[in-house]
Design a protein around this ligand. Structure first.
Ligand SMILES: [Zn+2]
Ligand SMILES: [Zn+2]
Length: 217
């Protein structure tokens, strides 16, 4: 569990691909939002119930199935909306899992176009939204006070794949440069897979954030 200004964030590593689902609780409110609900939605629903929280929105960093397959169950339980970049809408379909032997994926309804500047998570709290394509066309990161939910843009010592359909190495480099430019070095990075890290640590050790690779044409 991580505490930031007015926000508590819990990380749940979920099957089938070890994807991180994040539950953000707004302090002094009985409300929460979820990022990237993966393959064990019951774990999230139970946690929310245990703490008396109502999940009011689901946000997706991008449209890959391991970042949304838990959405429908949470949505059915709490009647919440789901928000995603329009460019990844086509990735939410029952056949997205075919190549992994996953069939009839549970499809959420009312998927909403995300506001590409910022999202309002409570009356006085917003998160900054940054478009960061490269891993896929509609990839987004969300920056709060002291942390970034960065999806499959950056991981500890690595970055998101660029070889999947819709991936693009040039765009990835551009997105990483923009991200480095806009993100304070001391901020925590809450990635879509693996451990939580910090931008300043990645700047020091992550080879993909070094000039050599970033500036290579
Ligand atoms: Zn992905
Ligand atoms: Zn992923």
């Amino acid at each position: 569990m991580k505490k930031y200004k007015d926000i508590t964030i819990r990380k749940f590593e979920q099957p089938p691909f070890g994807t991180n689902t994040y539950l953000l609780t707004i302090e002094n409110k009985k409300e929460a939002i979820v990022f990237d609900p993966s393959g064990n939605p019951d774990e999230i629903i139970n946690k929310a119930k245990e703490e008396g929280l109502r999940i009011k929105d689901i946000y997706l960093t991008h449209g890959h199935l391991d970042h949304w397959i838990g959405s429908k169950k949470i949505q059915d339980f709490f009647e919440c909306d789901i928000h995603l970049h329009e460019k990844d809408f086509n990735l939410i379909n029952p056949d997205s899992g075919k190549m992994f032997g996953l069939f009839n994926l549970p499809i959420p309804k009312n998927i909403k176009k995300i506001n590409l500047n910022q999202i309002q998570i409570s009356t006085k709290k917003t998160l900054q939204v940054l478009e960061t394509p490269g891993h896929c066309p509609g990839h987004l990161t969300f920056t709060g006070d002291g942390y970034v939910i960065c999806g499959d843009l950056i991981f500890q010592n690595s970055i998101g794949r660029m070889d999947l359909p819709g991936g693009n190495e040039k765009q990835m480099k551009k997105s990483l440069k923009k991200f480095l430019d806009k993100t304070p070095k001391g901020y925590d990075l809450l990635p879509g897979h693996g451990p939580i890290t910090q931008l300043k640590i990645e700047i020091e050790y992550n080879l993909y954030l070094k000039k050599g690779w970033l500036d290579q044409k």
